[in-house]
Design a protein around this ligand. Structure first.
Ligand code: ATP
Length: 296
């Protein structure tokens, strides 16, 4: 990586409902000591992607620091997809599932060390219909949960937990999906059909143990039932998913058709009920700062 001279720091002030003043001071002080120029952009929730794109076009940033949750990372990544500027993560949202996949450390000091002295990993990105997915998309019960979470007042993990039982009671799973790809064409019944670029959800559940974020492939995983024991196992260091619980397909592109419209979410954003999605992989499209010990 070339010498760092100018950094853009995108901060979502409301993400995770936590105060980011200390983090901003830490970054300001450290960069000043290193004589690195810093531009801070605080998101407003309106036209953030366009504003960030504009700043990136007008400046020659060497890295973009992002403080927020998965939603903020996505806004930034989508906006600078073709710019080849590495992103560095300061996870501070209520959902930080994407960062969890790259061993990003917990403290802001350590995160800053990765941002400045880590290594660059180029990661795959999925294009699903007209959207970008960095992390995990799915049809079914989890998308229903995200819809219900969005409508509720309670944020964070507790908000998800509170919605889980009512969601399970109301969802009409399992659903029937037809998956068509270069590699295969098959019909599956599933409660959740995941389209996975990464391994882990923000809860830490590893639903795609085979997933590598730079191998030019992604996984489609049909969770045939919501077996509690198997779900608990996804929180442990399991090697593989039980085939009676989940069927995994590794593909390079795919189209998914649903018998009836089913709830769908991408990276935590609910997109409504859909009958069909087309998925294309953009190989190693995003440069990301990761710890030097990280191995994909
Ligand atoms: N200043 C702001 N005021 C209100 N909304 C904002 C602001 N800045 C960004 N946003 C919105 O925050 C969302 C992204 O939040 P992000 O996912 O990063 O954090 P989060 O705490 O995990 O969020 P959530 O609890 O909704 O999952 C986007 O929808 C974005 O438009």
């Amino acid at each position: 990586m070339k010498k760092i001279e100018h950094i853009l720091f995108v901060v979502n002030p409301i993400a995770g409902d936590n105060d980011k003043t200390e983090l901003i001071h830490l970054v300001e002080k450290s960069l000043e000591e290193r004589k690195i120029k810093l531009t801070i952009y605080k998101t407003t929730g309106v036209n953030d992607q366009e504003q960030i794109q504009q700043k990136v076009k007008e400046n020659d940033f060497d890295c973009i620091f992002v403080a927020g949750g998965d939603g903020t990372i996505k806004i930034v990544a989508e906006g600078v997809l073709n710019e080849d500027v590495p992103l560095a993560l300061f996870p501070s949202g209520s959902a930080n599932g994407f960062a969890l996949n790259f061993d990003i450390p917990e403290t802001p000091q350590e995160q800053l060390e990765v941002a400045l002295n880590g290594k660059v990993e180029h990661i795959d990105v999925l294009k699903i219909n007209d959207h970008i997915s960095l992390h995990l998309a799915d049809f079914g019960v989890n998308a229903d949960l995200i819809k219900n979470y969005d409508k509720s007042q309670l944020r964070g993990k507790m908000g998800y937990l509170m919605q889980s039982i009512p969601t399970l009671m109301k969802s009409e799973h399992p659903y029937t999906f037809k998956i068509v790809s270069e590699e295969t064409s098959k019909t599956v019944e599933a409660s959740v059909l995941s389209i996975a670029n990464c391994q882990k959800y923000g809860t830490g559940a590893c639903i795609n143990p085979q997933g590598k974020t730079n191998d030019g492939q992604f996984e489609i995983i049909a969770f045939k039932n919501l077996n509690l024991i198997e779900i608990i196992k996804t929180f442990t260091d399991q090697i593989d998913l039980n085939p009676d619980f989940a069927e995994v397909l590794s593909v390079k592109s795919a189209e998914v058709f649903c018998e009836h419209a089913v709830s769908f979410q991408i990276d935590g954003e609910y997109l409504g009920k859909l009958k069909n999605v087309k998925v294309k992989l953009l190989n190693q499209a995003i440069p990301l700062m990761v710890p030097t010990f990280y191995s994909s």
